[in-house]
Design a protein around this ligand. Structure first.
Ligand code: HEM
Length: 399
């Protein structure tokens, strides 16, 4: 049986056999390299994520950020939503959630569509030299976030460079110095943007967030605002890139599905949900125990590190029929219950935006083409946290 080694090239290429082994382990499997307990069954994953005080993000995700950014994540990004526990998390989340209401996401649809049109056209222009990741999956979400934040187009290239440098810190070939330099540059950049929006507000997300919250609520501090803008880059870009790459790999392997989506574009939204489950862009999260607890019959001490394997929970045969198959009807009705966006108080704030982006990009790509032809082998991302592709050579044949 394959054991889960997060640094093994074979496991990174296809982690699912190792996840199956972890799920089959009585109690909890332990991973020695990261000294972490592996939580892999659907019910255990949901139980951990729904007890945010006991299974602390500050301890778990905080450890991870400290590793990625040479031990000083607080100086680099203080009060980062994803690294906080209740009650601090509760207040911060309420303040920033104002920027992600369903109506604000709906309002952004024409902007998302215009950016998708532009990048699909770019992919088509490249003909047989097209590359999904370079032409569409990377620039599209970065540009959407830049537009939401009101970043001027002249700064897009820099913005994308910082975003990539920060994400590299979370790969298995990290470059902490590059990540730190990018965070410092971006801190300075956002501090300027925020200052400018305070005196000259528009209708972008930053302008909304610099305004006071509800009655009696303190506004976000400058540090909190800068940290949140950085979090949007970390949480919102590569994740969406990965979702698009993973979706395309499924379509290239399953021409029957591609034909079904072309025949009925209403199936694209349930397809996106199924890809989120089948090949989750975020494979794992970390938590740390704030006090001793028993999980899956295993007694764990305070401080124990927990790796929450979302990608394993989403393939749990005890929860899903035929979990290793892509089925368009799995989430055709009802609320999808996969954990690709997490669960509990840290449930992805950007999920509605990510769903919109994926649906618009795939709908636009399929409408503009008659065929999608692989022109080379795709390359997988080298990370046990994030699963996606760094390259998908593709000839998108115009319709
Ligand atoms: C397919 C794309 C995406 C996936 C799979 C994804 C996944 C996740 C997951 C699993 C979490 C939970 C982290 C935890 O529990 O520790 C999360 C949190 C978060 N995501 Fe996403 N995400 C995606 C896109 C986005 C986008 C587009 C944005 C914003 C523009 C975003 C913003 C956030 C934020 C702010 C949090 C932190 C929430 C909190 O701690 O309360 N995400 N995301």
């Amino acid at each position: 049986m394959t054991t889960y080694d997060p640094f093994d090239a074979g496991v990174l290429a296809d982690p699912y056999p190792a996840y199956a082994a972890a799920r089959a382990t009585e109690g909890l499997a332990h991973e020695p390299l990261l000294d972490t307990w592996l939580v892999s069954r659907y019910d255990d994953v949901v139980a951990v994520l729904r007890q945010a005080r006991l299974y602390s993000s500050a301890r778990g995700m905080g450890d991870l950020a400290a590793m990625a950014f040479s031990g000083d994540e607080q100086r680099l990004a203080p009060r980062l939503l994803i690294l906080e526990d209740p009650p601090v998390h509760t207040t911060l989340r309420r303040l920033v959630a104002r920027g992600f209401t369903p109506s604000r996401i709906l309002d952004s649809a024409p902007m998302v569509q215009a950016i998708a049109d532009r990048h699909v056209a770019e992919l088509l222009e490249h003909g047989t030299d097209g590359e999904l990741v370079r032409d569409l999956a990377v620039p599209f979400p970065v540009r959407v976030i830049a537009e939401l934040l009101g970043i001027p187009p002249s700064r897009f290239a820099e913005f994308r460079g910082w975003s990539e440098a920060i994400m590299k810190a979370f790969s298995i070939t990290p470059d902490p110095a590059g990540g730190n330099a990018a965070i410092e540059a971006i801190n300075e950049f956002f501090a300027e943007v925020i200052d400018e929006r305070r005196s000259n507000p528009g209708d972008d997300l930053v302008s909304l967030l610099v305004r006071r919250g509800g009655e009696g609520e303190d506004p976000l501090t400058l540090d909190e605002l800068v940290s949140f803008c950085i979090l949007l880059l970390i949480a919102g870009n590569e994740t969406t890139t990965n979702l698009l790459g993973n979706a395309l790999l499924v379509l290239l392997e399953r021409p029957d599905l591609e034909a079904a989506l072309r025949a009925d574009p209403a199936l694209i939204a349930p397809f996106v949900e199924e890809v989120l489950r089948y090949d989750s862009p975020v494979q794992s999260l970390f938590r740390g125990l704030s006090e001793p607890a028993t999980l899956a019959g295993v007694d764990l001490p305070e401080g124990a590190r927990i790796m929450v394997l979302l990608g394993a929970a989403n393939r749990d045969g005890a929860h899903y029929d035929a979990p290793d198959e892509v089925r368009l009807d799995r989430f055709a009705t009802g609320t999808p219950d996969h954990v690709a966006f997490g669960s509990g108080v840290h449930l992805c704030l950007g999920a509605p935006l990510a769903r919109l982006e994926a649906k618009v990009a795939l709908t636009t790509l399929l409408a503009a083409t008659s065929e999608l032809r692989a022109t080379g082998e795709p390359t997988r991302t080298a990370s046990f946290l994030l699963r996606g592709c760094t390259s998908v050579p593709l000839h998108a044949v115009p319709a």
